[in-house]
Design a protein around this ligand. Structure first.
Ligand SMILES: O=C(O)[C@H](O)[C@@H](O)[C@H](O)[C@H](O)COP(=O)(O)O
Length: 230
């Protein structure tokens, strides 16, 4: 299921999205004295991160982690962790706890035993913000990767390594089932090029062609799609 929220531009979208997220995190803190926010990397969320970072909140009670990261040292230019630290874990939000999806190893697959326990024991998330690539990938669940079936399996571990053939770097990704274990799931889309991809994803249910479909067509989970053309 999905609900489409459309905005004229990313500034209007970010304003509304940041208030929704702050309300969700505030409620979670009131209810369980802790909140769990899962974010995506890539270009889309950067302005949203800056808005969130400058919003007062009991950030010390918020745990933030990524839906996925490129398997790169955390100071690397293309690391999602570096991006989150530079844009979200700033100002008020500098007090938030951050769980890294990186551990030094020979390759991403060998790093999983160290990374998995950081995520596997976490409670239900409060909000997951997904992105979507033009091939319909989400997190690092890529249609082209040999690990897609494993990542989409209902019995998958919380975290797995993936190796896309159409995008650079090995990846560390939360599995579909771990991402779905959230009180709220958002899909954040900015740019006219993303709309036809969304329509294509909505037109058919096969997640092997477009992994985002596993979320958009889930029978019992509602995805809030936050879209602006620019
Ligand atoms: O590491 C990444 O790049 C993300 O995890 C990936 O899933 C991203 O959310 C989409 O590819 C959209 O990326 P853009 O926001 O850059 O379009």
């Amino acid at each position: 299921m999905h609900l489409l929220h459309q905005f004229s531009d990313s500034s209007a979208l970010n304003h509304d999205f940041a208030s929704k997220l702050v309300a969700i995190l505030t409620t979670a803190i009131a209810e369980r004295d802790a909140a769990y926010l899962v974010v995506s990397g890539g270009r889309t969320p950067q302005a949203l991160f800056q808005t969130l970072a400058s919003t007062p909140l009991s950030w010390e009670k918020v745990t933030i982690l990524l839906a996925d990261d490129r398997y790169l040292p955390v100071d690397s230019e293309q690391s999602n962790e570096r991006l989150v630290k530079a844009t979200l874990l700033q100002h008020y939000a500098a007090k938030a706890k951050f769980i890294s999806l990186y551990a030094e190893a020979e390759h991403a697959f060998a790093a999983i035993p160290e990374i998995l326990p950081r995520v596997a024991g976490l409670p239900t998330f409060d909000a997951v913000i997904l992105g979507m690539g033009e091939d319909g990938h989400t997190a690092s669940l890529f249609p082209c990767s040999a690990q897609l079936t494993a990542g989409l399996s209902d019995t998958a571990p919380a975290v797995l390594a993936t190796e896309p053939t159409s995008a650079p770097f090995q990846r560390i990704s939360l599995s579909k089932t771990r991402l779905l274990d959230s009180r709220h799931i958002f899909l954040h889309l900015v740019g006219e090029n993303k709309f036809p991809v969304l329509q294509q994803a909505l037109a058919n249910t096969d997640p092997v062609q477009m992994p985002i479909r596993a979320f958009l067509h889930h029978p019992s989970v509602a995805v809030d799609v936050m879209y602006s053309p620019k």
